[in-house]
Structures are given as C-alpha cells and as structure tokens.
Write a protein that binds this ligand. Structure first.
Ligand code: GLY
Length: 395
C-alpha cells in the first residue's frame, strides 16, 4: 500500500514538473510570437529608410548613419529572408511587398560566379520564398544559383573555393558549410546528383581539414589548388590562427546539422554533436550563452559579445535537437536561454531605435576594424529563424 502511495506521489510530481515545463515553454512561445509582431514594426523603420536599389548592411546608432550594400554583398539575402520569416508569422502584406521588391533586386546574383556566398544570398531569400510565398520562377532562379555556386568546386581539392585569391592559393572558410543546403536542394529539385555530390565532398574535406582535435575549427584553410594538399591553416576574422572565432564555430555547428538532415550520414551528426559540445562546455561561454566574439579573445571577460554567433547557435541547436534524443532537452534549454537573452536589453533594441534592426551588439570583422558592436542583418535573420523553430517545437 505504501509502495502504491509512493508511486502515485512520484507520478504526480513528474506530471506537475512536466506540465510546469510545458506551461513555461508555452509562455516563451507567446513571448516569441510577440517578438515577430515587434519585428514587423522594426522592419518598417528599416523599410522607410532604405534607398531604392540598396540592401541594409548595418547602422551606427551614435551617428544615426546606415551602411548599405549592393546586391552582390554576401549578406544581401538576409533582409528579404527576415522579411519572409516575419510575414510567415504575422501575415503582414506590407512586409511581403517589401520582400518581393528585394527579391527582384537580388535575382541577378543567380549568375554571380565570383563568390561562394550564393547559399547565404539566394537560399536564405529565394529558398524561404519558395516555401513561404511561392512563385513558379523561384525554382529556376535557385537552380541557376546552385549552378553558379557549383562552378567554384575543384575536384582536386574536394571543395568549393570561398575567396578568389592568388593563383597558387585555394582558400576555403568554415562559413562555406552554410552554402551546401542550396546544393542539396538543387539535386532534389532537378534529379541531377552532381550538386549533392559536391556538397558531400565539400563537407567531407572540411571535416578532415578544418577541425582541431577538440572540434573547434580554423577559419581559413589554404589548399594547394594543383594537389589539394593543405598549405596553411589560419584565421581571417578571428583573434588568432589557433583561436576559436565564435561565429565560425556556429557556422560549423549549423552546417553539419543541415548536412545530417540532408544525407542522414551519422558522421555529420557526430560532427555537429561534438561542435555543440565544444561550444556549450567552453569555459569562456558566458552564463547568458551569448558568446564573446572569439572564445580565445584576450580581454575576456571584457571582450565584445557577438549576438550574431548566438543567433546562429540557437537556430542550429533548435534543429539538432530533433536528431539527438538524449540531448534534445539540453539543446532546447540552451537555445531557449539564448533566445530569452537576445529578446531583451541590451541585445534587443527598443522599438523605433537601432535604425530598425532588431538586435544590437554583433561583431562583423574585428581584425579589419569593420562592423564592430553593431546591428547586422544576419544576427536578425538567424534570431528570427530560431524563434520560428522554437515556436514550432512539439510538446
Ligand atoms: N564571412 C562571413 C562572416 O562574417 O561570418
């Protein structure tokens, strides 16, 4: 009898703690849904200020000045992508109208073969548009973009070239993992397996050469274009060649999570899990889970934080949680912490401020002294994507 009573009280405790965490996540979902309504208001500020043929890059609150770009800047897909995410949640037609206008300006980049960033540019924009507000033309635009991206692949190296450089260099950066989703989609859309094969080969070569034994990654690998041998491992945007640049770690996490989704190759899942482990267990990851711009920045704890790296991490963890039953709750919890912290000051900007960007305090390129502690389009984009992923989590 005593045993039954104990069992019943344990079951009741379990139910109440489960329903407690369910109520908690329902509360967060409501908060995150509201964040989309606020994002629509913010992006209307951005919309009002944008010159007719430009794309937003960043904003400097002190001087109240914007920086704009042309459509060939690597970030040109994020603003239309964010607008589409906002439209999906709010059904605000003005937001969709602006997304359509930007997509028209962006379309010509499908023929751009001078950058590896076509995945970012075209898949975050047209890739979302084909699902959220589809038009028949989008398929051809995306297939052409995949063709342009694939033209940068070298079978000798086994990678897509990231940056054009000297004749004897073949530079590949960890960020390039983010461009593979476009290629995987192109194979599904056309039946032509060459795109998928390029994506898989690139992911395998990167897994072999970009990672250290602790699963942190180098930013840049310089391959010999004639032999495929590694001739240099270094950084461009991080603190040092041997440091772990925060956004680079996040790109790797996101990239291998997507490659697992697309291939079901368990090695990619393991890679994503190990990268997650490196990030989440890092002694320099602050309690609020918004990373310093580099895990080895010399001035921690006074180093700048990078909200963009946090957004990418949250979005990645909210996909990885579907593929790892053991870690599911832990990944969701970590992403939730990030999102709750990004959704309030100092990261979330007051409505009407920040030039209309949603988040503050991202870091673009410290060694180059550009975009330091500013709003960035990709911080907003991956924040919105992570919010969407959190909202659609099943019980
Ligand atoms: N190179 C792209 C980035 O800043 O993450």
């Amino acid at each position: 009898m005593k045993k039954i009573a104990q069992y019943i009280s344990f079951a009741l405790l379990l139910c109440s703690s489960l329903s407690g965490s369910f109520a908690q996540s329902k509360k967060h979902k409501k908060l995150f849904q509201q964040a989309f309504v606020e994002a629509a208001t913010q992006y209307k500020v951005l919309m009002k200020n944008i010159p007719p043929d430009k794309f937003p890059k960043t904003y400097f609150p002190k001087s109240q000045k914007y920086q704009w770009s042309a459509s060939d800047w690597w970030c040109s897909g994020f603003y239309p992508g964010s607008l589409l995410y906002i439209y999906e949640q709010t059904h605000d037609k003005a937001i969709l109208g602006e997304a359509d206008r930007m997509l028209q300006l962006l379309e010509k980049e499908k023929l751009n073969t001078s950058t590896h960033d076509l995945g970012f540019m075209m898949y975050c924009s047209f890739g979302n548009a084909k699902d959220i507000a589809p038009k028949p033309a989008y398929k051809d635009i995306l297939v052409q973009s995949a063709k342009s991206l694939a033209s940068r692949f070298s079978p000798t190296v086994g990678c897509i070239k990231s940056w054009d450089s000297k004749k004897d260099d073949f530079l590949v950066i960890i960020d390039n993992m983010m461009n593979l989703e476009l290629l995987c989609w192109a194979t599904k859309a056309t039946g032509d397996s060459s795109y998928y094969k390029i994506a898989v080969t690139h992911a395998n070569t990167t897994m072999k050469n970009h990672f250290r034994s602790d699963f942190s990654s180098y930013h840049v690998i310089n391959y010999n274009p004639y032999t495929g041998f590694v001739q240099q491992k270094r950084t461009a945007q991080g603190f040092a060649d041997e440091s772990a640049w925060a956004r680079g770690q996040a790109w790797g996490l996101y990239g291998y999570t997507v490659m697992y989704r697309e291939t079901k190759n368990p090695l990619y899942l393991q890679q994503a899990q190990q990268i997650a482990q490196f990030i989440l267990k890092h002694p320099h990851l602050p309690a609020d889970k918004i990373p310093y711009w580099d895990y080895n920045a010399p001035d921690i704890p006074n180093a700048l934080r990078d909200a963009s790296a946090a957004s990418v991490m949250a979005a990645a963890l909210l996909e990885l949680c579907h593929y790892d039953k053991t870690m599911r709750k832990a990944y969701i919890k970590e992403a939730e912490t990030i999102l709750l912290n990004l959704s309030k000051p100092p990261y979330k900007a007051e409505i009407g401020s920040n030039g209309g960007f949603i988040l503050q305090h991202s870091v673009g390129h410290i060694p180059q002294k550009t975009e330091i502690d500013v709003p960035l389009t990709y911080a907003d984009y991956y924040y919105l994507e992570a919010l969407k992923r959190y909202i659609s989590l099943k019980k």
